[in-house]
Design a protein around this ligand. Structure first.
Ligand SMILES: Nc1nc2c(ncn2[C@@H]2O[C@H](COP(=O)(O)OP(=O)(O)O)[C@@H](O)[C@H]2O)c(=O)[nH]1
Ligand SMILES: [Mg+2]
Ligand SMILES: [Zn+2]
Length: 291
C-alpha cells in the first residue's frame, strides 16, 4: 500500500516517515536512490510503500521546494534566525548574511531577538529599527515573554532555527515543547567541549507544523550572487526609486534610487553600511569568477 508522508528523521540507513494518515513508519530507502545521486533528507515529502509486518520502503522523493545544505533539510518554509540580546553579543553582519542565505532560496527569514530579560533597551531599539522591514520577534526563553507570538509564527510551517551557538535556540524549543529535553548550555562549556550539543537533524511536530533545531550557525552560500538577486534580499529596497545605471550597487553611483532611503528612514545607516560590505564582497567574487 502506497502512502505519502514527511521524512522526520534519519537514523543510520533507516528513515522515519510521518504518513498522511498519521502513522509513523520506519523505512529503508530503495536501493536505486544512491545510483541516482538522491539522498533522502529530513523535510522531504516522500511516497512510501507499506509492505507486510510493519516493513516499509521509501520509494519516491517528491520535488523539493528548496534544500538547505548545512544542516541538510528540505522544504523549509521559514528560518528563525536567533540572536542574543546580551551574551553572546549580537552579530548583526551574521544576521544579515543568514537573511540573504534564506531569501535567495525562497525561505522566509524571521529575525528573533532572544534573552530580552537580560538586555538594555538600546539593543532592542537597534534591532527593531534595523529590521523594521521584516517580521521580527523579541522573546525570552527564560521568562516566557514573547513566546505566544513565537508559537503563532511557527503554526503550520516547517521552521528551522538557526543562529550562533548559545543564543538560546534549544532553550526556546524546550520552552515551547517541554518534552523535547534538548541539551542547553553556556557558550564557554560548549567551546571547551569543542562541539555543539545538538547532534542530528530531526523534525518535531508542533502546532500543525514542524520545527527543527540546528547544531550551529553555518549554512553559508559562499558562491556568487548577481546584484539583482542581492537587491531582492533587501525588502527595504523594494520601495526605492529607479537607479540610473543598470546593475547599480547603490554605493558610489550617481542618481541612485536606494540612497535616498537613508534620508527617509527606509533603511537604517547600520543596515546600509553592512549591505555595502556584503555587496562589495559579492562584487569581488563575481570578478574572480569572470577572470
Ligand atoms: N537569561 C537568559 N538566558 C537564556 C535565555 N535563553 C537561553 N539562555 C541561556 O543561554 C545559554 C545557551 O542556550 P542554548 O539554548 O543552549 O543555546 P543554543 O546553542 O542556541 O541552542 C544557556 O545557558 C541558557 O540557559 C533567555 O531568554 N534568557
Ligand atoms: Mg542548541
Ligand atoms: Zn542604486
Amino acid at each position: 500500500m502506497k502512502e505519502q508522508g514527511l521524512l522526520m528523521k534519519g537514523v543510520g540507513s533507516f528513515y522515519e516517515v510521518l504518513t498522511e494518515s498519521g502513522r509513523l513508519a520506519t523505512c529503508k530507502a530503495r536501493g536505486s536512490f544512491r545510483r541516482e545521486g538522491m539522498v533522502p533528507t529530513v523535510g522531504d515529502r516522500v511516497v512510501i510503500d507499506i509492505k507486510e509486518q510493519g516493513y516499509a520502503q521509501l520509494d519516491e522523493i517528491l520535488p523539493r521546494k528548496n534544500l538547505l545544505v548545512r544542516p541538510p533539510v528540505a522544504n523549509v518554509d521559514q528560518l528563525l534566525i536567533v540572536i542574543s540580546a546580551s551574551v553572546p553579543e549580537p552579530d548583526w553582519l551574521l544576521l544579515d548574511r543568514l537573511i540573504i542565505a534564506a531569501k535567495r532560496i525562497g525561505i522566509e527569514p524571521v529575525p528573533v531577538l532572544n534573552k530580552i530579560d537580560t538586555s538594555n533597551d538600546e539593543i532592542q531599539k537597534v534591532f527593531t529599527e534595523d529590521y523594521h522591514a521584516f517580521r521580527i520577534l523579541t522573546v525570552s526563553a527564560k521568562t516566557g515573554e514573547g513566546l505566544a507570538g513565537l508559537k503563532q509564527c511557527l503554526s503550520g510551517k516547517i521552521t528551522c532555527f538557526a543562529g550562533q551557538s548559545a543564543v538560546g535556540k534549544s532553550s526556546l524549543l524546550n520552552a515551547l515543547i517541554p518534552e523535547l529535553h534538548l541539551e542547553t548550555g553556556e557558550l564557554s562549556r560548549k567551546t571547551e567541549r569543542g562541539r555543539h550539543t545538538t547532534r542530528h537533524a530531526e523534525l518535531w511536530p508542533f502546532e500543525n507544523g514542524m520545527v527543527l533545531d540546528t547544531p550551529g550557525f553555518s549554512m553559508f552560500e559562499t558562491d556568487c550572487l548577481e546584484q539583482d538577486a542581492l537587491n531582492a534580499c533587501y525588502p527595504e529596497f523594494q520601495n526605492a526609486g529607479p537607479c540610473r545605471f543598470p546593475g547599480c550597487m547603490h554605493i558610489t553611483e550617481p542618481d541612485c534610487g536606494v540612497k535616498p532611503l537613508l534620508e527617509t528612514g527606509g533603511i537604517t545607516k547600520a543596515r546600509y553600511e553592512r549591505y555595502c560590505q556584503i555587496a562589495l564582497e559579492y562584487k569581488t567574487r563575481r570578478k574572480h569568477r569572470y577572470d
